[in-house]
Design a protein around this ligand. Structure first.
Ligand code: TZP
Ligand code: MG
Length: 217
């Protein structure tokens, strides 16, 4: 699949650990797709994450839902899992495998790279195969144990000023602060709990999508 900046508008990130009891990730992803999300990232992580064959099976189910909806399916970090699941893209963090190594091992995949400092953005600018940058956390988040300090809107704007790549904002983004995030000029928002904790996943996904479709130049 070929990268398009619009894929970043309403970017759902989740693993089974993020989903409240009584619901499932395939159900939530289906609702989010019906609401208009533009990308999904499988991020199965932390003490409650699935392992091995269970993780692969869930990934296959989720990828199939994305395929039917013709939206990209990303895998967080894991080169082997990305290959096993034939993911459309991979998202690589600063603490993960070196980005140069991932790029070599997965030619042709869409590449996302987490950057939360100007120096990291400058590095990403030099890497032609990096398609987009993920920057955050914009606000404090409960969904990532080892999250960096929050950038705030001003910090996010500093990164936008130097980035040659489209930026998707992540971290603590919710209904109340979404408009402020969109006004910075980021290409979209990546969210976990705004969707996994939503009372109505489909409606919330539509709201997320509309925010960035309206700000789209
Ligand atoms: N990277 C930076 S913040 C974050 C990740 C994966 C978690 C975002 O989760 P939430 O619930 O949208 O704040
Ligand atoms: Mg990571």
């Amino acid at each position: 699949m070929k990268f398009n900046t619009k894929m970043l508008q309403a970017y759902f990130v989740a693993g089974s650990q993020d989903v409240p009891q009584g619901q499932t990730l395939p159900e939530q992803l289906s609702a989010a797709i019906a609401g208009g999300i533009t990308a999904f990232q499988f991020r199965e992580k932390g003490p409650r994450a699935l392992m091995g064959a269970e993780k692969v099976a869930l990934g296959q189910t989720l990828h199939e839902l994305c395929r039917q909806a013709e939206i990209p399916f990303f895998v967080d970090d894991d080169v082997v899992l990305a290959r096993t699941l034939r993911a459309d893209g991979i998202h690589v963090g600063q603490k993960d495998q070196r980005i140069e190594q991932v790029i070599n091992e997965l030619p042709g995949l869409i590449i996302g790279y987490s950057c939360h400092t100007v120096a990291q953005i400058n590095h990403a600018n030099e890497l032609t195969v990096v398609d987009y940058v993920g920057s955050g956390p914009v606000y404090p988040t409960l969904s990532k144990a080892d999250a960096d300090p929050a950038l705030g809107i001003s910090g996010l704007k500093q990164l936008l000023a130097v980035s040659k790549k489209p930026i998707v904002a992540i971290g603590g983004i919710d209904q109340n602060n979404l408009a402020n995030v969109a006004q910075t000029g980021v290409a979209g928002a990546a969210v976990i709990s705004m969707l996994t904790r939503a009372d109505d996943v489909q409606m919330t996904a539509t709201m997320l999508r509309r925010t960035f479709t309206n700000f789209d130049a």
